[in-house]
Each structure stands twice: as structure tokens, then as C-alpha cells.
Design a protein around this ligand. Sequence first.
Ligand code: Z5A
Ligand code: MG
Length: 214
Amino acid sequence: MENPRRGAFIVVEGLDRSGKTTQVATLKSRLEAEGISATILKFPDRTTAIGQMIDSYLRSHSDLDDRAIHLLFSANRWELATSIERMLAAGTTVVCDRYAFSGVAFSSAKGLSLDWCRAPDESLPAPDVTIFLDITPEQAQSRGGYGEERYEKQEVQRKVRAIFGEISCEFNEETWVTIDAGKEREEVASQVWKIVGPLTSGLSRPLKRLWHPQ
Ligand code: Z5A
Ligand code: MG
């Protein structure tokens, strides 16, 4: 018989170097230690055929029209949408390192309209909570500097941060939580757990869809 309580869908977002991957790894260990059934995902998922095209673009090994790469990022999420739904229905907590909000923020920072950017992700599973790790581009850069990939520049990151701010206004304080990611790793982790811990016993409300009203 299917678990009557579904798993929670948790998304971690933030600028480059905000500590998403660090925090998601810490969260994974905590969930394992607590014996909670959980799956960690990351977008872009560079392992699929679409993900390899994205990887090549991010490393500047190939060039693509801004709209074409946006649609590939979205398709990369749709590739996993059914399995996300299945895992949640089976009671597994799903934690995702970046999701559609990065898609909208990075593409619209290049000048595409917010509405156009949202459209391909419409009806994807909506997170129960998005944890936004907030950091200034200056603080982020001081963490060892940016790498070689596209978008790893202060000017881009500044625009992206502002767009994340606009996106956050559409959510309430339960579905979008901003954490000061400039703090010590342990302090950020304890704030993340305060949000995630209560959700790990599962949820009885139905899963929502992007960008349907929250
Ligand atoms: N992108 C897009 O355009 N459209 C989309 O739809 C999606 C993504 C999904 C690749 O993303 C690019 O794709 C990304 C957005 C775009 N471009 N940018 N920018 P990615 O996820 O593969 O890469 P990333 O996550 O942005 O970069 P990152 O370096 O992996 O950042 P992070 O995961 O947030 O940070 P981290 O690796 O956990 O930590 C960075 C360093 O800081 C590391 O040395 C840590 O040890 C250190 N760190 C972490 N936390 C702390 C604290 N609290 N204090 C001090 N130091 C810390
Ligand atoms: Mg990362």
C-alpha cells in the first residue's frame, strides 16, 4: 500500500559559491543519521545527454542561443519530473541543489522576459519550501574566487541576486526562506535543519505545481 504521507520536496537555491552543495551534503548526512529516506538531486544534472550539452555550454566549449540553452535547462528538469513525483509519493524526502528558480534568474539576467523564462517550467512539481542561501557577490568571490564557467562573474551574479529577490516576493514565508549564507557553515546548517527537520515526517497535502498559486 502506498504511504499516505508523501515526502517533502525541498529546493536549495542561491548564487554561485553561496554554499548550496556544502549545505546539501551536510543535510544528506543528517538525514541519513536520522534514518530518514531521502534522495539528493542537483540541477543541472550533467550526466544525461541534455545535461552534457548544458555542461559543454557552461564550460564555453559550445555556444547556444540564449533561448535554446534556457529550454535545455528546463528539459533537464522535465527529464526527472516523473521520478521526483514517484519518490515523493513513496514517502521519500527529495532535496534539490538548484531548480527552476535558477533557470528563471540566470536567463532573465541575460535580458529574456520573466514570463518567457517561466513558461517551459510551468507545471513541474513545486517545492514545498525553497531555501535561498543569500550572499553578496563580493562575499561569494572571497571564497576562493569564481571558476572558469559562464556566469561566474560579479556583474552577472549581482543581476541574478536581484532577480531572485523579485521571484521571492511571489512566495510566502513558509514556501521561501532566506538564510544569511555568509555565516559559518555550522550555523547555516542548523538553520537549514530547522526548516527541513519538521518536514521529514511527511506531508498529507497534495504536491503543488509551478507556477500555480502557492
Ligand atoms: N543554471 C542556469 O543558468 N539555469 C538553470 O536552470 C540552472 C542552473 C539549474 C552551474 O550551476 C550554472 O548553471 C550556474 C547557474 C546555471 N552558474 N552560475 N553561477 P552549478 O550548480 O553546477 O554550480 P554552482 O552551484 O553555482 O557553483 P558552486 O561553486 O557549486 O556553488 P555552491 O554549491 O553554492 O557552493 P559550494 O560548492 O558549497 O561552496 C563554495 C566554496 O565555499 C567551497 O570552497 C566551500 O567550502 C566554501 N563554503 C561553503 N560554505 C561556506 C561558509 N559558510 N563559509 C565559508 N566558506 C564556505
Ligand atoms: Mg554547487
